[in-house]
Structure formats: structure tokens, C-alpha cells
Write a protein that binds this ligand. Sequence first.
Ligand code: CA
Ligand code: CA
Ligand code: CA
Ligand code: CA
Length: 198
Amino acid sequence: MPITEPQDLLDRKFDVCFTHGDVDGNGVLEAADALALAARIVTYLGEPMGSPKAQKLFQAFEQFWTNVEAKMDVNNDGKVTPQEWRKGLRKAFAEDPEAYNAGFRPLAEATFTICDRDGDGFLEQSEFAKFHQAFGCKSANSQLAFQKLDSDGDGQLTVDELLIAWQEYYTSNDPDARGNWLYGDVWDNTVVVGSKTR
Ligand SMILES: [Ca+2]
Ligand SMILES: [Ca+2]
Ligand SMILES: [Ca+2]
Ligand SMILES: [Ca+2]
């Protein structure tokens, strides 16, 4: 069954995120995709594979995937379809702040901790761009995202700002939420067309 065009902002953001997560591009999310995305983040940021930061990231992705399988894979086939993802992400995390904090925020923390190469709590645009490259974002969207998120225009984002942006991106249906810009313009039709990745 072809997935319908998104009805609202959250669905659209989930679709964009689905394309990031479907690393092998086979149209469903599987455990291998989650592992591959974690490995891409570690690689693109130049973090040694076995380092404590990398291990933390892999653990966070594993924990996240356990939640995804338990809560979103309705027919238990080990694959999460775009429909299962939309419904499941909303129910499992967007509408459940406690579950979000337990199962999804740690993934954001581990990701941005790796991105902040010198550990000063700030990300430069170049570090932010590598995070986006790992997620498969186009560079135009990456630049736009940085501009929109960097509200004081000083050329850096704090890890705290990014955690708020991540939460808004995945849980808020407010069209004015700054976090909507985490991956650039989500309505840009080169990002996702219907269920298709670009
Ligand atoms: Ca896949
Ligand atoms: Ca399934
Ligand atoms: Ca830094
Ligand atoms: Ca700033």
C-alpha cells in the first residue's frame, strides 16, 4: 500500500527522518539500518570506533531500536514500514515525554557529544555539517538549518540548544518551533516526495 502524503507537520518530519534512517534505501527500517547510521556518525565525525563516546552512541542506538521494534513494528516482522514509523514515533515518543527522555533523548545526547569534537559544549558549523552528512542531508539544507538554529548568529550552536531543537523536531507540531529546522526545510520536495527518498 503506497503511503499517503503527510497530513501534518509531524508526519512530514517523521518522513524526512525515515529517509535518514533507511540507510540501505530498501524502503523499511531494520536493525541493520540503525547500526549503519550509528557507524556513519562515528566515522564522519572521526571518532575512533571503540572509544567511550562511540560505545555510548552504539548503546543509545541499540536501546532506541529495541524501543522501535517493541512499539512500532506492529506485525513483528523485524521491519518498520513508513506507516508503522509515522504512527509509532508519534505514539512512542512524541506523545510520551517520559518515554522520549528515556529512549530517544539519550540518542541525541550521544550524537551531539560526538559532534562536539573539543567537548566545550558548542558546535561549529563544520561539526554540524558532518552530523548532517552522516544523516544524508544535502549541504544546502544543512546550511539553512544552521542559520535558522543559530538564533544569535554567532556561528555556533550549544549542545543544549541542539537537544531542544531535536526534541521540538520529533515531538512538536508547532509550525513556529525553531527545532523544525533541524534538518533544513522539511517541505523542500527534493527531501522527500511522498514515500520516496530523493
Ligand atoms: Ca532499510
Ligand atoms: Ca513491521
Ligand atoms: Ca566544540
Ligand atoms: Ca549561536
